[in-house]
Design a protein around this ligand. Structure first.
Ligand SMILES: C[S@@+](CC[C@H](N)C(=O)[O-])C[C@H]1O[C@@H](n2cnc3c(N)ncnc32)[C@H](O)[C@@H]1O
Length: 456
């Protein structure tokens, strides 16, 4: 938190101005689906839910997360001024000298005395909150819980959980089942464009219902088999929904946890219950298998290039090794050179970088076209301009979808190796996809339009 510039100029036209704040509120209100009424109360969420009789509390919540933000401390900065001005208007809310802190569900080590006590305060409070949700949520309406993706991070190909597993564990231990998880774009467009490759584009929404009492046990093997059965389709759905590659690993947690939370318990060989943290690791492994499986659908030259790229990137490596990889993929180095993917010189082989590819390449005239070239030319065109990439996508037609699939795989390989700008190129390609499609359709319409249009 940097306190240096807390004041925006309310009369400017930039962020923080009254004009933009009002605009955001108007946009929000204009999209509200129906009529009704609302009321806001400053209460501890647990106490508020407990007041509801039977199952009448429909909960939709964006809860705090460990020590991410000290809301109450931050509020004090403004509260002291509001209190001086608004005590007559809101006597109850302004009755305390500072904002209430004791019930705040965050992990603040200065308040709790130590880091461990702070975590205990947050985790036990959150578990208590989840139990109230499980008890009061009607069975026919899911409780929705928003979570920022940053709860997990990827390092060297592994998902590191930073408390996300503890949080999910609390959800499941409370007797809730995760029926669906939806990645949701909660960031502004400008934030998206500004984001680096590791900045996640979305939040995750968990849709939970009370777990039926009829839920059964499963073995580790059964859980893995169910994942292998269900994850491939789920990944396809995510890809066709154009989920940004940077969000894929996190998004796959959703369908994975949906499988896991369907069982009363997943039993390990020694009879113990599998914790969420172990389930997350297994989900990530199966996701790797699913993505690797997609490789089988690509042409042989592309499969070669993908394997070589994962090992060497665009750097040269021994031609002998390249030859072995090519054979293993059912192609040859001579064939690879012919397809225009890379070159073997003086005992070394290397893949061509995008910047070296001829900008006037035509996939229609290419006698040995590969998905690799389609993807690289698309990414290269996008680096020059969106309209150029859209034109190229138009020429690719349905073949473009394979290029998009390869972009997911390339993102994964580049990200595993920590090649941020390379991973960023594939992430950008996929996030730009809807625009490219629209652009390609416009090109197609213009090409098919009657000649008269030019007269009008
Ligand atoms: C992630 S923020 C929600 C932000 C909100 N969705 C928005 O866009 O402004 C979490 C909120 O939970 C509140 N909070 C913390 N402890 C709470 C408690 N025990 N009961 C209810 N709300 C609490 C915090 O003050 C904070 O406003």
């Amino acid at each position: 938190m940097t306190w240096n510039y807390v004041e925006a100029n309310p009369f400017s036209s930039s962020t923080g101005s009254l004009r933009l704040i009002l605009k955001a509120v108007i946009e929000g209100v204009s999209r509200l689906p129906g009529v009704g009424e609302g009321n806001a109360e400053q209460r501890d969420a647990r106490a508020r839910i407990r007041e509801c009789t039977e199952r009448t509390a429909s909960i939709s919540t964006d809860p705090p997360y460990y020590d991410n933000i000290s809301y109450a401390d931050l509020s004090d900065f403004f509260y002291v001024w509001l209190r001086r001005n608004l005590s007559d208007v809101w006597p109850d809310e302004c009755s305390t000298l500072l904002t209430p802190k004791a019930d705040e569900l965050i992990a603040n080590q200065y308040r709790a005395g130590s880091r461990a006590q702070a975590e205990e305060h947050f985790e036990s409070g959150m578990a208590e909150f989840m139990s109230e949700v499980a008890e009061h949520q009607p069975a026919d309406v899911p409780a929705t819980i928003y979570y920022a993706y940053k709860a997990t991070e990827t390092k060297e190909g592994e998902i590191r959980t930073t408390g996300w597993d503890t949080f999910l564990q609390a959800v499941l231990d409370a007797g809730l089942q995760v029926n669906a998880t939806w990645p949701m774009r909660t960031e502004l467009g400008n934030r998206l464009l500004a984001s680096g490759t590791n900045a996640l584009a979305s939040s995750i929404v968990l849709a939970c219902r009370p777990r039926p009492t009829s839920a059964v046990l499963a073995t580790r093997g059964e859980f893995i088999a169910a994942l292998r059965q269900e994850l491939p389709d789920a990944v396809r759905v995510l890809q066709s929904g154009n989920i940004a590659p940077v969000d894929m690993a996190q998004s796959a947690i959703g369908p994975g946890i949906k499988v896991f939370s369907r069982y009363a318990r997943v039993v390990e060989a020694d009879g113990s219950s599998m914790p969420v943290s172990a389930a997350l690791a297994i989900i990530n492994d199966v996701l790797g298998e699913v993505l690797d499986g997609e490789e089988a659908e690509l042409d042989a030259d592309t499969r070669f290039a993908l394997t070589w790229f994962a090992e060497h990137g665009y750097s040269p490596g021994p031609s002998g090794d390249a030859d072995s990889v090519a054979r293993a993929k059912n192609t040859s180095l001579a064939g690879i050179e012919e397809s225009g993917i890379g070159e073997a010189r003086a005992g070394k082989f290397r893949l061509y970088e995008r910047s070296e590819l001829p900008p006037d390449y035509s996939p229609v005239d290419d006698e040995r076209r590969t998905v690799w070239e389609a993807t690289q030319h698309l990414a290269a065109a996008l680096e020059r301009s969106e309209s150029e990439a859209a034109e190229f996508l138009h020429v690719l037609g349905g073949y473009g979808d394979r290029a998009r699939q390869l972009a997911y795989l390339l993102y994964q390989k580049a990200n595993d190796r920590g090649w941020a700008s390379e991973a960023g190129a594939y992430n950008s390609l996929i996030t730009a996809w809807p625009n490219l499609r629209t652009g390609a359709a416009t090109v197609a319409a213009a090409a098919a339009g009657p000649a008269q249009q030019t007269l009008l």
